[in-house]
Ligand binder design. Sequence first.
Ligand code: IPM
Ligand code: MN
Length: 360
Amino acid sequence: MAHRVLFLPGDGVGPELLAAAQVVLRATGVRLKVETMDYGRSYERTHGRGLVGLSVPVSEKHLDAIQRLGTVLKGPIEIDPKTPLLELRGRRFTSANQALRKIFQLYANVRPCRFLEGVKGVKSVKAAFPDTNLVVVRENTEGMYTGEERWEGEAGSSAVATRRITREGTLRVARFAFDFAQKHGRKKVTVAHKANVLRLSDTLFLNCCREVSAAYPQIQYTEQLCDSLLTAMVMHPGRWDVILCENLYGDLVSDLAAGLVGGLGLAPSALYGDQGVAIFEPAHGSAPDIAGKGIVNPTSMLLSASMMLDHLGEVEAARRLEAALATIREGETTPDLGGKAGTMQMAEAVAKKLRTNSKI
Ligand code: IPM
Ligand code: MN
């Protein structure tokens, strides 16, 4: 039976990435029944703005389709800080992505960073560390990204943003991180924090993580100040396994981690919750500077697609897709990795490996 999946191409390079994913997914032989919807600015452009200047990059129709299909492969969207907030289900959000993460309570954002063999020797990639194989688990519904920001006193003179850490929100993401570690044979969970400064909120975060860690004695538990963690990640990339973070730290730590393996073009992500919805998307933005040129590296989307296959139970196909990507060589890649291939050519090269070598 075919798996039902929703494609949300999004903005900028998003449509090119999903087109590439489609070619490669087809070559895996896994049967998918795909529905596609405009999303982000692309949706707004065709459907117009809402009343009273609110933006409408995502609608009730999207929410229905997401709920109905449950599995989403999605591209990045354009987010301009000047765009008005959007309103959905009586709540206001800073972006369509934030809306989906909050509405479906996608609290665990999983961002693996693993060195790909093919990146070895790529001259344009100054730093790619072969022993990098880590996973950032980022809390994705609270922290600094609550959307609660306001002027205090006179507008323009002082602004306050709320950073919310809850016991319930932390316990659920911590349990997810340890379960994930256990299921994937990982040995260590490191929690990033700044409890030396944020004495209440980060201490609460740490206490919840410690509590959960006690139920997983076979997994090593460590804590590290988030700032020094970034230095240590650059200096000793092979030392890290699962890194558990609140929302803002996770956003930054995962982008740094992508730099260890060759850049954001290689960074996939998956968002999970407990409501039967999972979203798979590149960890990077819509890259308007290269959009439409057919040169965006499809790897972030292809690795996201492989995480989606895992989620659908197509584990063998997921491994074959990753293996095909790992054998990609410099000449077959997009310009960010020193190659001359376009997005589609690189996708075709991966698809060809999948079709011709059933062993990978
Ligand atoms: C990400 C992105 C988003 C975030 C933006 C686009 C809202 O940077 O998924 O990491 O900050 O969470
Ligand atoms: Mn980010």
